[in-house]
Design a protein around this ligand. Structure first.
Ligand code: ADP
Ligand code: ADP
Length: 225
């Protein structure tokens, strides 16, 4: 099947159960928003899917293959973080091309690819700049391009918009939905905002106390008009 399946997914840190026996199927191309109170297990779930955290029990199946034992770069997933974490001493182009360099892609080829991605996020004119010469919203677009250059099937976003001012936040929502349409990939987006989930999500997953409390289309869950 062409989807992402979390199967009996469990994460323990010592005695703390951060994620308990999670079972969920996400159809390819879905924009999922993951909500819930602080400490309910959202980040742990995201980090396990990305491969930044080991799975205690259970499996993560992407297109039918268990990726839970694979290194982060070999999974078909990519993660974009809250604080963007761009390398300050690298140009925008080299930031975006970084993971291709790690994979041994030749310089000319990775620059062509990086420029394509910068085009996609509307940042092509800024390729030669350094991150400190960009606004917060621009840095975020670069971080998106950097995550997308590996051609992930699943893009994981940990509160990507929380550092932006309200105006930019609304603009980035539009951009994220456009990318979903153009790329056809799955998004899993951790957010605290119901309004954000209403604007973005095809499906909302609400976690509480390490389990999924509810899931479904945002309008059904939030009683919105
Ligand atoms: P959320 O993202 O919803 O805030 P987390 O996944 O970060 O939730 O955390 C879930 C639970 O696991 C919390 O009780 C948190 O304190 C605990 N936790 C998260 N990361 C670690 C860690 N590296 N070591 C120990 N406990 C952790
Ligand atoms: P968030 O609120 O975005 O989930 P946190 O601030 O809870 O993030 O966690 C940031 C980092 O601290 C993560 O790497 C997480 O694994 C770690 N962490 C969170 N809770 C604990 C904890 N109780 N003990 C040890 N590390 C923790």
């Amino acid at each position: 099947a062409n989807d992402l399946e979390l199967f009996r997914l469990t994460k323990r840190y010592g005695d703390t159960v951060a994620v308990r026996d999670l079972n969920h199927l996400i159809a390819a191309g879905t924009y999922v928003c993951l909500l819930g109170p602080s400490g309910c297990g959202k980040s742990s779930t995201l980090r396990m899917i990305a491969g930044h955290e080991s799975v205690t029990e259970g499996a993560i199946l992407l297109e039918g293959v268990d990726i839970s034992g694979l290194p982060p770069a070999g999974r078909g997933t990519a993660m974009m973080f809250q604080n963007y974490a761009l390398f300050p001493h690298l140009t925008v182009r080299d930031n975006v091309a970084f993971s291709l360099k790690m994979r041994g892609v030749a310089k000319a080829k990775r620059h062509v690819r990086a420029d394509e991605l910068l085009e996609l996020v509307d940042m092509a004119p800024y390729a030669a700049r350094r991150p400190d010469q960009l606004s917060g919203g621009q840095q975020q677009r670069v971080a998106l391009a950097r995550a997308l250059i590996t051609q992930p099937k699943v893009l994981l976003l940990d509160e990507p918009l929380s550092a932006l001012d309200p105006f930019l936040r609304v603009r980035m929502r539009v951009e994220l939905k456009r990318l979903q349409r153009e790329l056809g990939i799955t998004f899993i987006h951790v957010t605290h905002g119901q309004d954000e989930a209403l604007a973005l999500a095809d499906e909302v997953i609400v976690m509480n106390n390490a389990v999924i409390e509810q899931s479904g289309p945002p309008r059904a869950l939030f009683n919105a008009p």
